[in-house]
Write a protein that binds this ligand. Structure first.
Ligand code: OSB
Ligand code: MG
Length: 385
């Protein structure tokens, strides 16, 4: 692939509603976008790092530095034959998987355009439609949670996931279960419980949850395996699974029965496909997680979710749940059956609204294949004050 240049930028986008997890509340997103340009075509990638290093070690700021100083120069120096050669080209950098994924996924996006194939097809996807669920942030009151659940079910979403933490769990599950005894309901603790909470976590079993996501430490398999033996509810691992080996270790230790795959957390499409394949071989179902992405990351999540073993509804939902105006068109829509159609046209299947992206940009840098040129396309925040 002849790469001409790479553009890295940061955009600021306010969320329509604040989103609260066990590690904090997000109201405004600071998102890095990567463009990889080649002979008139542009592949886009989105970095899913959060504003603070709370979900994992990376943040918007660490990803900026790693991409600028390490990953983009290494990428431009390497010979990239296809998107699949990115992990090797970036392997000198340890960790920093969300930064790597932003770059690698842009190359997959580009390659699908060059080959005139839908991205989903390039990845080996087989599904024409994907099943969608929603992830609901921690609410201050049971009443406000019930209102939210009612609204999302009316929109057609097939599964409701409740964020939880100690003090914000069973009371909420009970209220939702009493009102909707038959819905697919799950919860996500984002690593907020400890082994001393075992008896309490066992009390979740009565709510017939589809899964309990990442109850214990973010980097653990062993204690999850001890906990899983004590629960009827299947454990799903999110934070703990960084790659194929982690998935295998978790499966062999019986730490979980379900795996959440996030493109950023595993470092991009190549590793996501490896995790997909190994879980598939072992009979462990997967679903696609979300990181409050814009339409660019979301379109990549849709393509990934078209792979066969994505048999549970993912946290892939409509643009309108997050943004006043998404940066792609058409915006991502979910049918009344709670499904998103996988685009059948070449590339990611959604156009990027370039003028809007420029307007939202607070800093950017362009890197040329031969020599790096600093090119500040936009003034920092003060320009928008
Ligand atoms: O654990 O799935 C998670 C958002 C930020 C950090 C971690 C998580 C989430 C979500 C959001 O659940 C899902 C979405 O994008 O709708
Ligand atoms: Mg999670």
């Amino acid at each position: 692939m002849k790469i001409d240049s790479v553009v890295l930028r940061e955009i600021h986008m306010p969320l329509l509603q604040p989103f609260e997890t066990s590690f904090g509340r997000t109201t405004d997103r600071r998102i890095l976008l990567v463009e990889v340009q080649s002979e008139g075509l542009t592949g886009w990638g989105e970095c899913t790092a959060g504003e603070h290093p709370s979900y994992c070690e990376e943040s918007t700021d660490t990803a900026w530095v790693t991409l600028t100083n390490e990953l983009i120069p290494a990428f431009l120096h390497a010979e990239i034959r296809s998107a699949g050669s990115c992990p090797k080209a970036l392997s000198q950098v340890r960790g920093n998987r969300m930064a790597k994924a932003a770059l690698e996924n842009a190359v997959w996006d580009l390659e699908s355009q060059q080959l005139d194939l839908p991205l989903a097809e390039l990845l080996g996807g087989v599904r024409k439609k994907i099943a969608c669920g929603v992830s609901l942030g921690i609410q201050r009151s049971v009443g406000s949670l019930l209102d939210l659940v009612e609204r999302e079910l009316a929109s057609g979403y097939q599964r409701i996931k409740l964020k939880c933490k100690p003090g914000y769990d069973t009371e909420f599950f009970e209220a939702v279960r009493n009102r909707w005894p038959d819905i697919l309901l799950s919860c996500d603790a984002n690593a907020s419980y400890r082994l001393k909470d075992e008896a309490h976590l066992r009390s979740f079993d009565v709510f017939n949850l589809l899964m309990l996501e990442q109850p214990l430490w973010h980097d653990d398999f062993y204690y999850h395996s001890l906990l899983q033996r004590q629960l009827r509810t299947p454990i799903c691992l999110d934070e703990s699974i960084r790659n194929r080996r982690d998935a295998l270790a978790a499966i062999e230790m019986e730490s979980c029965q379900i795996v959440n795959i996030k493109l950023g957390r595993v470092g991009g499409f190549s590793e996501a496909i490896h995790v997909h394949n190994v879980t598939s071989e072992r009979g462990i179902p997967v679903w696609c997680g979300g990181m409050l992405e814009t339409g660019i990351g979301r379109s990549h999540n849709i393509a990934l979710s078209s792979l066969e073993n994505f048999s549970l509804p993912g946290d892939v939902s409509a643009s309108a749940r997050y943004w006043e105006e998404d940066i792609i068109e058409p915006s991502i829509e979910v049918s009344t059956k709670g499904e998103i159609e996988v685009p059948g046209i070449a590339g990611r299947g959604f156009e990027v609204k370039r003028a809007l992206v420029e307007k939202l940009t607070v800093r950017s840098e362009r890197f040329h294949a031969k020599n790096k040129v600093h090119n500040h396309l936009a003034e920092p925040m003060k320009a928008r004050a």
